[in-house]
Design a protein around this ligand. Structure first.
Ligand code: NDP
Length: 325
């Protein structure tokens, strides 16, 4: 058998990890023939809870899970990691302003960036899930100067998946038939689910659906507000679908997307007028373990307006944490 892949996961005692870890251990990231080692990080006060999860992982007797390690030290968690899921982050407390939340998380991700810099493999693939995911990922990368920027990404795949299902339902096609969907920008209500280039069954999806008002007034806001709708219905935030999206994100990056677009938060080099250095959701195509940004798109006024909105929000977030960059 091949050398096990080391997968670091933060926030291991949390809700998302309660779905995520079992799927990683089952082989959903690296495939059915690749043994894995889980390197779990959580805060000192969460160590008991993580040990409970580890007992359940053991009770699954997953053939691919060769070892599970638990720690509260980031440098230990990230040592020799091949992949890392940054799920843990500080939730908004009572009376906490958005700015306080940003800086509390900035401190966490600064420390974790330094640890990543110290101990992870240089070609490790990193995805940040914990919110505010884009800005947390930007801080992580900025504090890991010897670690390639390109390998730090943030998750917008859940929004992509949400849009896929809504479009497939509306058009009466299968989810798998849809390509060239893009979700741009921040993983927040300003995100822009963009169907302009989307195709299915050899046609253009906007033409097949033929309802621009539905796109602007229903699809875009419904995707943006889906997280809230789930909290209202379930009394708890989405966890299994968030874990699934993190798996899709990493699986697509490792195994390729077969020429299809997927949306990923990546470091901006200034493409499409997105300010350099922001971590921004864009369409990519993955092959051979890397991603390529989709280039050469031209934008309508509506697209430009929607992009400007989410850019402005991410610039505000960057401003709020600038001291830690
Ligand atoms: P969850 O596991 O439910 O969520 C973890 C993070 O993912 C949150 O920031 C959450 O954002 C975010 N998230 C991103 N997308 C989604 C989505 N679509 N739906 C829901 N959440 C999403 O949080 P828990 O509070 O259950 O667990 C967090 C764990 O992290 C705790 O065990 C805590 O101890 C740990 N933690 C670890 C740290 C560390 O390792 N250093 C630091 C801080 C916390 P949102 O809050 O906006 O829903």
């Amino acid at each position: 058998t091949s050398t096990p892949k080391r997968i670091a996961v933060t926030g291991a005692a949390g809700q998302i990890c309660y779905a995520l870890l079992f799927r990683i251990a089952k082989g959903d990231v690296y495939g059915p023939d690749q043994p894995v080692i889980l390197q779990l990080l959580d805060l000192p006060q969460a160590q008991d809870a993580v040990r409970g999860v580890v007992m359940e992982l053991a009770d699954c007797a997953f053939p691919l899970l060769v070892e599970t390690m638990v720690t509260d030290d980031p440098a230990t968690a990230f040592r020799d990691a091949d992949a890392a899921f940054f799920v843990g982050s500080r939730p908004r407390g009572k009376g906490m302003e958005r700015r306080d939340l940003l800086s509390a998380n900035a401190e966490i991700f600064r420390a974790q960036g330094r640890a990543l810099n110290e101990t992870a493999k240089r070609d490790a693939k990193v995805v940040v899930v914990g919110n505010p995911a884009n800005t947390n990922a930007m801080i992580l990368a900025a504090n890991a100067p010897d670690f390639p920027n390109e390998n730090v990404t943030s998750m917008i795949r859940l929004d992509h998946n949400r849009a896929l299902t809504q479009l497939a339902t509306k058009a009466g096609v299968a989810v798998a038939e849809i390509d060239r969907l893009a979700v741009w920008g921040n993983h927040s209500p300003t995100m822009f689910a963009d169907w302009t280039e989307a195709t299915a069954q050899g046609g253009k999806l906007p033409d097949m659906i033929g309802d621009d008002a539905w796109y602007r007034d229903t699809l875009i806001p419904n995707v943006a507000r889906r997280g809230t709708a789930i909290i209202e219905a379930r009394g708890a935030s989405s966890a299994a679908s968030a874990a699934n999206a993190a798996i899709d994100h990493m699986h697509g990056w490792i195994h390729g997307t077969g020429g299809k677009w997927m949306s990923m938060g990546v470091h901006s080099n200034g493409e499409y007028g997105i300010p350099e250095g922001l971590m921004f959701g864009v369409p990519v195509i993955c092959a051979n373990g890397t991603y390529e940004r989709v280039e050469g798109l031209t934008f309508t006024d509506f697209q430009r307006e929607m992009m400007a909105r989410t850019i402005a929000e991410l610039e505000e977030e960057r401003e709020a944490v600038s001291a830690l960059l």
